[in-house]
Write a protein that binds this ligand. Structure first.
Ligand SMILES: Nc1nc2c(ncn2[C@@H]2O[C@H](COP(=O)(O)OP(=O)(O)O)[C@@H](O)[C@H]2O)c(=O)[nH]1
Ligand SMILES: [Mg+2]
Length: 254
């Protein structure tokens, strides 16, 4: 079985971190948790040290001195996982909006299939429990739809915080340079993974699957305020322009 790593970006999460959930996750998914403490100014660091004491070999903390944003924290954690020989690596939110059982299910789907990435999708369906405020849902839908247009792939939910990737050279390359956006980095990462080398004949998104989550809850406080939302929307324009440039270069190399 391949080694699995789950990265948890943490910025001032002392009040939201639930140690029992992470212990259950590590055991249930048979995975090592990499917490990235992103320059927190509360007692997140102490809480993470205590939690990693309980997790033993299954928990480690990366301390970033200065707050770098979720994207860079995730990139730092995933890079360490690849260096440690990950077979699968992904990330989740510290507030466990995606519940433990669903994270375990996503990883199991990844391992069992021939996929290169497994992404959680928050789709409101009867019988599923996707608990998000109306405003966040509709703003999120506009954003995710624009993201799909920019990426030119039929993806439904670019912004769900639970994503897992098979480790390979392509993933390492995709993580080798900084993300531009603190919050829309998921789009940058998917963009990098779906801009294929000139020789590829497969659809750009082949091997990347979205799995509708049966339950998800985003009712706890969010660190993304109105200012962050505007900034993230502006990031989208920059990401679009970068992607167009990358695709043009790719076409020229054919
Ligand atoms: N590393 C890092 N993580 C952050 C930062 N801001 C938020 N996060 C993390 O991103 C995840 C989602 O944050 P949250 O506030 O729940 O935003 P949501 O996307 O609205 O649910 C959590 O794990 C946060 O700790 C940041 O500045 N740096
Ligand atoms: Mg949240």
């Amino acid at each position: 079985m391949s080694k699995k790593f789950i990265v948890v970006p943490c910025y001032n999460e002392a009040d939201r971190l639930n140690g029992d959930d992470f212990i259950a996750l590590s055991a249930g998914a048979n995975a090592t948790l990499i917490f990235v403490n992103d320059g927190s100014t509360d007692s997140t660091g102490a809480k993470l040290s205590e939690l990693c004491g309980q997790l033993g070999e299954r928990g480690l903390v990366i301390e970033l001195e200065k707050n770098a944003g979720k994207g860079e924290a995730v990139r730092a954690g995933m890079t360490v996982a690849l260096d440690l020989g990950a077979g699968w690596v992904g990330y989740i939110d510290a507030d466990m909006s995606t519940p433990v059982s669903e994270i375990i299910r996503l990883l199991a789907i990844g391992e069992a299939g021939n996929h290169r990435a497994v992404i959680g999708a928050r789709i409101r369906l009867l019988g599923h429990s996707i608990d998000r405020s109306g405003t966040r849902h509709y703003l999120g839908r506009i954003f995710a739809t624009l993201a799909a247009v920019i990426l030119r792939i039929p993806i439904y939910d670019t912004q769900c915080g639970a994503k897992f990737f098979r480790s390979n050279t392509e993933l390492r390359n995709a993580l080798s340079t900084q993300f531009r956006s603190r919050w829309a980095f998921d789009i940058e990462l998917i963009g990098r993974l779906t801009t294929p080398p000139a020789a590829s004949t497969l659809p750009r998104w082949s091997g990347i699957v979205e799995i509708p989550l049966e339950s998800w809850s985003g009712r706890t406080d969010s660190k993304l305020g109105p200012f962050g939302m505007i900034r993230t929307a502006l990031d989208l324009i920059q990401i679009w322009s970068n992607l167009r440039r990358a695709r043009k270069q790719e076409r020229l190399s054919r």
